[in-house]
Structures are given as structure tokens and as C-alpha cells.
Design a protein around this ligand. Structure first.
Ligand SMILES: Cc1ncc(COP(=O)(O)O)c(C=O)c1O
Length: 387
């Protein structure tokens, strides 16, 4: 059978190699400690589950949800932004519910790019950002994120001919996989750069709450209060442990929101109303569970980092996210896929190879802190034996 060319880049995925290696480890009887997926192991909160349960018994929630979700959902999202960032948002025109941030960020390029247009992406970056560009038959210019630049891209390094053919830039801080955070001043320079070059600025913002210190994490909309070119994506998967529920929203420039809404209208009928009600409960209810979740991840981070340091693997302590981005020691320095496949086959510890997040991710490995400290310490003990 003949398939579209755009399918080709979606096939080669180092994470598929990892799945095979994990299956081999299981078949060999190894006990798996899976630190390869950023899927929170913590449960959604009771008041969220309660709101969804009540909705299930309300037959009026069972039909298609047309237009752009419910007014209550859009209002809850707008109010949350106002409270957290002091940004006023029009719930009618500047908010759109999504079936997860991944869905929204992957669909948006279809509304922005013509075939062959460039998108400027972070390298390393979240794989579905690239996937969305491939779906739109666009071209990717990977902006390298280097440790010496605090994992922020250097805009001056983008070749002028690429810039001339570019239509959008995608950023995401706190960043998966490097865990880097970006100051507001960086976002301000990104907004100015994108305005100067007529680029849409997309900011994927899943880890806004998963921050360990007192650092203020900025929204891109604080750097673009007029919402002239920016759109931001929020998900309930991380702050509220609702990954399986598939709910998020886009917020920002009204024209971009409308374009994404028009595009999505072809593809889906919004998320189920009961899930939207759960998300409203999450946003408007007590936030103590969010804080408690962050504290759990902070304890895990400390346990894992301390254990790595004890075995002589010195990695920086991240201030945000649920990931440890570790530079591989010799002799694995540029063999992240080999390191991860052999590690899981020999020890049962699964991690994500840096190369899976882009060329500049090579030389690193990402550990997701999705187990309790004692399990993380056990994983490090197995890593020690492996090394
Ligand atoms: C940068 C980034 N974007 C999007 C997602 C997925 O979010 P959602 O569950 O809302 O699709 C993740 C999940 O790990 C992520 O790290």
C-alpha cells in the first residue's frame, strides 16, 4: 500500500526501540522500574473525580459538546490566568478547550503552515511538536538548546533564509526534557523577535505548577500582554494528575484561537462535558493538592539526585518539572540509545534516550521521577552496578 510521505518521519522513533528493549527485559524476567514516561503516578483529586462522577449521572452531558466547550470552562480558565498572572482574558474569544496540550500543539501547525514553510523548534524538544509540523508538511529548523546557554535558544544563530521562510516558533518552559526554566526577560526577547519576523509564538506550558523553589514562572502572555502573536497551551495532566482524562486548553491571540477552533471542528467535537466539569473543579477548587504533589516530586528529585551524586554521577538539580536531564558519562557519551536499551535489558531500569528528543539531546538521558524515593534509590543502585 502506498502512504503519504508525511508518514515517513513519524515512523522512525527511538522510543519504539525502547519499547522493544522494555519488552525484552520483561520477557527475561526483569522487574521493570520504568522512568521513561512522564506520566504522573499520582491520582487525580477527589473533588475532581466527584465532579466527573456527578456528570456521568447527568444525561444532559452525554451528547456532543458543540462549539468551543462550555462557558463555565472557558471562564474558569480565564479567571485562573487572571489570578495567577494578572492577565485579563476574554473567555469567549481567547480560550479553547483541547483534548490535551499535545492534541492542540500538534493540530495548530495545520492552521499556520503551508507546505514547505518552516517552524522553529527547540532541540531537544517534546517529540509531538515536531510531529505536528510533519503533519502540516512543514519543515523544521531545530534551535539547539545548550547547557552553556541555560538551554535557551540563541535567536541570532537562525540563518536569515530560514527565518524568511518561517511562520512560527514553538517554545516550552519549564522545559521537557532539560527541566530548564526561562526568565520573563527571555520571553520578552522571544516576543520581540517573533513580532519583528512575523512569526506566531507558541508556548507549551505543562509544567507551570511543577516548580520547587520560589522562582516565578512566567506565562508567555505576560511578555505579550496585547496577545499580539502568542498562544499558550495548558494541560491538566501535570498540575492535576489528569493525564488519562485528556484535557487542556489553548489561551491567547483571538485569531489563533479561532483558527485552531475552525481546524478542530473538522476533527472532533471537544472533550466530554463531564471531563470539562472535572477540570473546572480542579481550577476552582482547593489548590492544596497541587502543592502536595509538587512536594512529592521535590522529595523524589532530592532522593534521586543525592543517590546519583553518591555513585559519582554529578547532574544539576532541576528547579522544575518531573525530569532529571543527565549528561552521560564516558564511555556512553554519545550513545544515549545504546545506554538506555542496554540499561533496561540488563537492569530493568527504563529511561529515555536524549537522542529521542532531537539531535542536540544526544549525550543525555532523561529520567522521569514517577516512582517513590525508595524505588528511585533502588534504580540508582542498579545503574551503579550497570556502570
Ligand atoms: C512539553 C509537553 N507538552 C505536552 C505534553 C502532553 O500534554 P497532554 O497530556 O495535555 O497532551 C507533555 C507531556 O509530557 C509535555 O511534556
Amino acid at each position: 500500500m502506498q502512504f503519504a510521505k508525511r508518514l515517513q518521519p513519524l515512523k522512525s522513533n527511538v522510543f519504539a526501540d525502547m519499547d522493544i528493549a522494555k519488552a525484552k527485559a520483561l520477557a527475561a524476567g526483569r522487574e521493570l522500574i520504568d522512568l521513561s514516561l512522564g506520566s504522573s503516578d499520582l491520582p487525580a483529586e477527589n473533588h475532581v473525580i466527584e465532579a466527573i462522577t456527578q456528570s456521568l449521572h447527568d444525561h444532559s452531558t452525554h451528547g456532543y459538546l458543540l462549539f468551543h466547550g462550555t462557558r463555565e470552562f472557558r471562564q474558569a480558565a480565564a479567571s485562573w490566568y487572571e489570578k495567577k498572572f494578572g492577565i485579563s482574558v476574554d473567555p469567549e474569544t481567547e480560550v479553547l478547550p483541547l483534548i490535551g496540550s499535545q492534541e492542540g500543539t500538534a493540530h495548530l501547525p495545520l492552521a499556520i503552515l503551508n507546505p514547505g514553510d518552516f517552524a522553529l523548534l527547540q532541540d531537544p524538544g517534546y517529540p509531538s511538536h515536531a510531529g505536528g509540523i510533519y503533519l502540516a508538511s512543514g519543515q523544521i529548523y531545530p534551535m539547539p538548546l545548550k547547557a552553556e546557554n541555560s538551554f535557551l535558544p540563541v535567536f541570532a544563530d537562525i540563518p536569515p533564509q530560514v527565518l524568511a521562510a518561517s511562520r512560527m516558533m514553538v517554545l516550552s518552559y519549564p522545559h521537557n526534557p532539560t527541566s530548564a526554566i526561562a526568565p520573563l526577560s527571555f520571553f520578552q526577547s522571544a516576543v520581540a523577535f517573533c513580532q519583528q519576523h512575523n512569526l506566531v509564538l507558541v508556548h507549551d506550558f505543562p509544567y507551570v505548577d511543577l516548580v520547587f523553589g520560589d522562582t516565578q514562572i512566567p506565562s508567555i502572555l505576560q511578555a505579550d500582554p496585547e496577545k499580539s502573536i502568542s498562544i499558550e497551551f495548558f494541560t491538566f495532566s501535570k498540575s492535576y494528575n489528569m493525564g488519562g482524562f485528556r484535557i487542556g486548553y489553548a489561551i491567547g491571540n483571538a485569531e489563533l484561537i479561532l483558527a485552531l477552533r475552525q481546524l478542530k471542528a473538522v476533527v472532533d467535537f471537544n472533550q466530554y462535558k463531564g471531563i470539562l466539569n472535572g477540570a473546572i473543579a480542579a481550577l476552582t477548587g482547593s489548590q492544596t493538592g497541587v502543592k502536595a504533589g509538587v512536594e512529592r516530586f521535590r522529595q523524589r528529585r532530592d532522593a534521586f539526585i543525592n543517590a546519583l551524586h553518591r555513585i559519582g554521577w554529578h547532574v544539576p538539580t532541576p528547579e522544575a518539572t518531573m525530569y532529571i536531564w543527565a549528561k552521560l558519562p564516558e564511555p556512553w557519551a554519545n550513545k544515549s540509545v545504546e545506554f538506555c536499551t542496554q540499561l533496561v535489558e540488563k537492569t530493568g531500569v527504563a529511561a529515555s534516550p536524549g537522542a529521542g528528543f532531537g539531535k542536540s539531546g544526544e549525550g543525555y538521558v532523561r529520567f522521569a521521577l514517577v516512582h517513590e524515593p525508595s524505588v528511585l534509590e533502588m534504580a540508582v543502585e542498579r545503574i551503579r552496578e550497570f556502570l
